[in-house]
Design a protein around this ligand. Structure first.
Ligand SMILES: Cc1cc2nc3c(=O)[nH]c(=O)nc-3n(C[C@H](O)[C@H](O)[C@H](O)COP(=O)(O)OP(=O)(O)OC[C@H]3O[C@@H](n4cnc5c(N)ncnc54)[C@H](O)[C@@H]3O)c2cc1C
Ligand code: SF4
Length: 450
């Protein structure tokens, strides 16, 4: 154990407002018209385009780029939003480098891929700016569907159901809708309250009643919803953060990354947030990168991410890892925390170096090292809170809800999608697709039963 304990240095106002405004500005500023036309130019308008296949929501990418080329932005937005109602948010947050842009035929050693994400934003931004309604509702079906969760999965499902003529009530635990779009995505990816602007536009279709501060398992049960509604969709996300499983995890200064990220997203004054001088982040996914980069941009002097495996195994893409490193974050691979040290506040984390054994299992190598820290962020994944689902007859596996390809659960009138289901990849765009496919299947079943 370290002989002399370091004084914790956690304080607000590490940077002035001008620095914070610069650090939390738009990560990828939008394209103007001439930039968009130049960006659209390299598209080959491939038939059977691999980018469309790589997009989890099947957007006709050559089709929307063609419409940008002919200055038909409304038509382009219709092509995008018809498949992906959160095409605005996805344009900002999709890891395009491992989705559509990775598959682009232009993506070679010599050439860069077409900037699909930026073009998608160029085409859709005007819709949210002026509230243009692109869709209309089918005649009323007389059916009522309950959607639990107002995140990307729930809102995508609700919108498609409303378009198909059903009435929808969205029950949402949080004070505001949007799920991680509102409380989780890094602040510099979605500036100017874009999440709420997009949701206001989504709800403007009509037929969707949003009830915030309403939690399944606290304010109502699944059984009650099944009695009252013709179908139920669960888009619960992952509500609890995994623990490190170490002694002294409740020491002041040892924090849940997701909670702090939500504070960053909700504050009106970034300068007021308390920030450690030396920040250590444990984890290797998008949350780890986001808390690390945002801590650095809030003024932390040193930020170290420590991940127990190698760069190839990290959940964060290479682009995200590069973003962390160019933002001044150090990434240490092959180490796992074994002890949190400090008297009244954490001041040191002790790590054991790790390696794969002959069977590909992770083991400690015997080497150890320490990092001093005023703040330790836990970012080692989240889990579904299964309590509200106990005893309801839902099939769960590995702590998530089991669904078929259309999102249907083991119950005939209950569907689920997004992060809470088994086999997803925990991306916004995938949650949107799950919600859409479930709505289409709910509609089919409700009409077959007529
Ligand atoms: C820090 C962080 C950064 C991320 N960054 C990116 C990124 O850059 N790009 C990307 O593609 N993906 C990113 N993701 C993943 C992405 O945010 C999620 O995959 C996506 O939000 C999942 O949508 P969802 O609707 O399933 O769940 P959520 O967005 O979690 O929404 C769940 C909703 O359900 C509600 N809810 C929960 N429990 C109950 C209950 N009992 N009763 C009623 N309502 C309930 C909540 O209030 C919430 O509104 C990130 C995730 C995190 C944690
Ligand atoms: S939704 Fe995402 S993956 Fe699909 S085309 Fe748009 S940016 Fe690419």
């Amino acid at each position: 154990m370290s002989a002399a304990r370091q004084q914790a240095d956690v304080r607000s106002h590490r940077l002035d407002d001008a620095d914070l405004a610069r650090n939390f500005g738009d990560l990828h500023p939008p394209l103007g018209r001439s930039e968009a036309l130049i960006a659209a130019d390299p598209s080959y308008f491939c038939v059977d385009a691999p980018c469309t296949t790589a997009c989890p929501t099947d957007i006709d990418i050559p089709g929307f780029i063609q419409k940008i080329r002919s200055d038909n932005l409304r038509g382009s937005a219709h092509t995008i939003l018809g498949e992906n109602i959160m095409g605005g948010m996805c344009a900002r947050v999709c890891p395009t480098e491992v989705l559509c842009e990775e598959a682009c035929v232009r993506n070679t050693h010599e050439e860069k891929p077409v900037a699909i994400g930026l073009l998608q934003r160029y085409a859709t931004d005007p819709v949210f700016a002026d509230g243009t309604q692109l869709f209309s509702r089918a005649p009323a079906s007389g059916k009522k569907v309950a959607v639990v969760g107002g995140g990307p999965a729930g809102l995508s499902c609700a919108h498609r159901l409303a378009v198909l003529g059903h009435d929808v009530v969205v029950f949402n635990r949080d004070e505001k809708p949007g799920g991680l779009n509102e409380y989780g995505i890094a602040a510099y990816k979605t500036i100017d309250d874009f999440a709420q602007k997009e949701i206001a536009w989504i709800l403007s279709i009509g037929g969707i009643e949003l009830r915030n501060n309403q939690a399944l398992g606290r304010d109502f049960t699944l059984e009650q919803l099944r009695d009252e509604y013709d179908a139920v969709f669960l888009g619960l996300g992952l509500a609890t953060t995994n623990a490190l499983g170490l002694d002294h995890e409740d020491l002041p200064g040892v924090n849940d990354a997701i909670e702090y990220i939500a504070e960053i997203r909700q504050t009106d004054e970034l300068a007021d947030l308390p920030v450690g001088r030396r920040v250590v982040v444990v984890g290797g996914g998008m949350t780890a990168i986001d808390i690390a980069v945002q801590s650095k941009r809030l003024g932390a002097e040193t930020v170290d991410i420590v991940y127990r495996r190698g760069p190839q195994q990290m959940g964060a893409s290479q682009y995200e890892q590069d973003l962390a490193q160019t933002s001044g974050v150090s990434i240490h691979h092959w180490a796992s925390p074994i002890e949190l040290l400090g008297d009244k506040h954490v001041d040191t984390v002790r790590f054991a170096r790790t390696e794969f054994d002959g069977n590909g299992q992770l083991k400690t190598s015997g080497d150890e090292f320490e990092l001093t820290a005023d703040t330790v962020f836990k970012a080692i994944g989240q889990a579904l809170d299964t309590h509200p689902l106990d005893g309801q007859g839902l099939n769960l596996e590995a702590g998530r809800i089991v669904v078929n390809d259309s999102g249907k659960t083991s119950l005939d009138d209950v569907w689920a999608g997004g992060d809470c289901v088994l086999g997803g990849d925990d991306l916004t765009v995938t949650a949107v697709q799950h919600g859409k496919l479930a709505a289409i299947d709910i509609d089919r079943q409700l009409r077959e039963g007529e």
